[in-house]
Each structure stands twice: as structure tokens, then as C-alpha cells.
Ligand binder design. Structure first.
Ligand code: SF4
Ligand code: MG
Length: 327
């Protein structure tokens, strides 16, 4: 298939032990029946408040945790739980985290960190070093100056460039970014985003880009997926969703974007307060406790994703909302 990512009916629950003796563990529906497809070479932005399941989804796709249900195809390979299935997928999918120290061994030089993964996969030392230096140069870090340094000896922005190089060293087809630019200064953030766009085109990569920053997601993504309490509430082409948000939650998120073009700004009020606990989500529509448009029916049936346009734009809401409508 031409899909780099094909996810169907993905579910993951966690059990949270209670402090009270003898109390039964509580269930958190971290990822609740998520399905989507992403064309090769595209970037899917995944947005939502913390706790909405974005990071759990990323860890499921990386095979770092095992799903309870559902199927995942990555670059045409089934993500299974057997070691050889995991190994096959792991080479094709790499991840860059928010914490630029997280995947770097503090005792390894930058060069050694970049050589480590390929050498584990049987690449010779000479070739691994050559690739490391090429990638350092490619991400804007002069090899002669940076190869021998240690993670704590470079800036946060430089360290994130090292992480990007490290992810690319295994020649992945898919890269997952989990808040990967969120810790960077705005000017550095833009440089790194432009680097990511260049690398995607050059290496034919597919990106999953998790972020709470809707401006960043708009800048880098082709498609966007909005999550709320473990569910997808809206998805579709970025232009479509940003210009005509159909879900009250998406509208509220967009209304709180700081530098949103006023012509595109929706009339919706920004969202306030925290989402309810994912341990005991509201019945029916999970957004109903914060939704200004909730009606009685919203407490009963759970809204399913349905078409909100002819371009793949989909929304899960009982109301028929149209862009710029009278909400
Ligand atoms: Fe609001 Fe009801 Fe739509 Fe949920 S289904 S977003 S509560 S209007
Ligand atoms: Mg997170």
C-alpha cells in the first residue's frame, strides 16, 4: 500500500493501582479505538491537551508498549509483539523526544552516540563513523567541532539536532516527534522545523508530529488529528481543519492560538480548565462537560467520526457544524 502508517481500532488501557488497601485498580482508557491512515511522505500533526493520549499513541506505534486491541501497519510491516517483528519495525520507525538528553548516553561522545545504533545493526565502524559525520553536517553541526563533544557540552538546540541525526542514522522511513521542538527558543524552533521539512523531502520520510502548539503543527503538517481523552474528535487536511474546524473542541483550541490570522479566528471561546480525568471519562461524548453546545443526547450516544467535507475531513460530534457557522 502507499500508506506509511495504517492504524485500525487501536486500544490501550492502563490499570492504576489505588492507594486504598483492597481497592480495585482503576482503568484509564489512554487510547480508545483510534484508526487512521497516513500516506507516505506526509506529515500528520497530532494535537490535544496533555493526557489526551498523544504520547501513548506514539509509544504504541514504536512498539514500546503493547496494544490491547487493533492493528498497526508501519511502512508495510505489521507491528507485532514477537521480537523479530519488533526488530523489523524498529529500524523503520525512529522517535525524537522533547527532552534532548533522553535518548543520548551522557558518557558517549556525540559521534559515538550516532554510531551506536547502526553498529548494533551490523554496520561497520568505519561506515558508521562516516555516516555520523555526514549526518552531523546535514543537520548543521560541523563534524570537526561537534563529533567529539558530549551531550552536556552543546546547547539544547544543538542537542536536538544531534537527536535528529541519531534518528536518521538508522535510515528510518517514519519519524515520530513527541513535542520535539517544544523546549527550544522560538528562533531555534523555526530553524529546526525548517531542517525537518528539508530532511523529509531529501530522505522521503513520513512524520508523525505530536505537539500542543497549533502554530507549529500548522507550519509542518499536511494532515492533522485532534485528540481528546483518548479519542480522535477531528481529523483531516490541515488547511481544511484550520479554516473550517467542525468540532467545538478544535474550535476552542484554535481560538486560543496566539498568532492566528484574525480572518481565520473562530468565534469560539478559548477552552478553560483541565480535561476531566481519563479514569472515568464522561458518558456519550467525552467533551460534553466542557462543550458550550452540549445537549441531552450528547450524554448518551458516543459520536462517531463522520465526513465533514469531501477531502477526508472528519469529525465526531452530534451537531452539524459548518465552518464559520453560527456557533
Ligand atoms: Fe459538544 Fe455534543 Fe458535539 Fe460532544 S457531541 S462536542 S457535547 S455538541
Ligand atoms: Mg505527552
Amino acid at each position: 500500500s502507499t500508506y506509511a502508517v495504517d492504524v485500525a481500532g487501536l486500544r490501550k488501557q492502563f490499570y492504576v493501582r489505588q492507594k486504598r488497601l483492597g481497592a480495585r485498580p482503576q482503568v484509564v482508557h489512554a487510547v480508545s479505538d483510534i484508526s487512521f491512515k497516513l500516506q507516505s511522505g506526509q506529515t500528520l500533526g497530532i494535537v490535544g491537551e496533555s493526557g489526551c493520549g498523544k504520547s501513548t499513541l506514539a509509544r504504541l506505534l514504536m512498539g514500546l508498549i503493547e496494544a490491547d486491541d487493533g492493528s498497526v501497519l508501519l511502512a508495510g510491516q505489521v507491528l507485532g509483539s514477537r521480537p523479530e517483528q519488533l526488530a523489523a519495525v524498529r529500524r523503520k520507525v525512529q522517535m525524537v523526544f522533547q527532552d534532548s538528553f533522553a535518548s543520548l548516553n551522557p558518557r558517549l561522545s556525540i559521534e559515538a552516540s550516532l554510531m551506536f545504533g547502526p553498529q548494533v545493526h551490523g554496520v561497520s565502524r568505519t561506515e558508521a563513523r562516516q555516516t555520523a559525520h555526514e549526518l552531523l553536517a546535514r543537520v548543521g553541526l560541523e563534524p570537526a567541532r561537534f563529533a567529539g563533544r558530549y551531550p552536556h557540552e552543546v546547547s539544547g538546540g544543538q542537542r536536538q539536532r544531534v537527536n535528529i541525526a541519531r534518528a536518521l542514522a538508522l535510515k528510518p522511513e517514519i519519524v515520530i516527534f513527541d513535542e520535539a521542538v517544544s523546549a527550544l527558543d522560538k528562533s531555534v524552533e523555526l530553524q529546526v522545523l525548517n531542517l525537518l521539512l528539508d530532511l523529509k523531502a531529501e530522505f522521503g520520510l513520513t512524520y508523525l508530529f505530536i505537539s500542543h502548539d497549533l502554530n507549529v503543527v500548522q507550519y509542518i503538517s499536511d494532515e492533522v488529528m485532534v485528540m481528546y481523552l483518548g479519542k480522535v474528535v477531528e481529523m483531516g487536511p490541515v488547511e481544511s481543519v484550520y479554516a473550517h474546524p467542525a468540532h467545538p473542541y478544535t474550535r476552542a483550541l484554535l481560538a486560543s492560538m496566539p498568532s492566528m490570522d484574525p480572518r481565520q479566528r473562530t468565534q469560539a471561546a478559548p477552552i478553560v480548565g483541565d480535561p476531566p480525568s481519563p479514569i472515568d471519562p464522561p458518558s456519550g461524548c467525552r467533551f460534553r462537560t466542557r462543550c458550550p453546545h452540549a445537549v441531552a443526547a450528547c450524554a448518551e450516544g458516543e459520536p462517531l467520526l463522520r465526513a465533514a467535507g469531501s477531502d477526508g475531513h472528519r469529525v465526531a460530534c452530534h451537531l452539524t457544524l459548518t465552518g464559520g457557522g453560527a456557533l
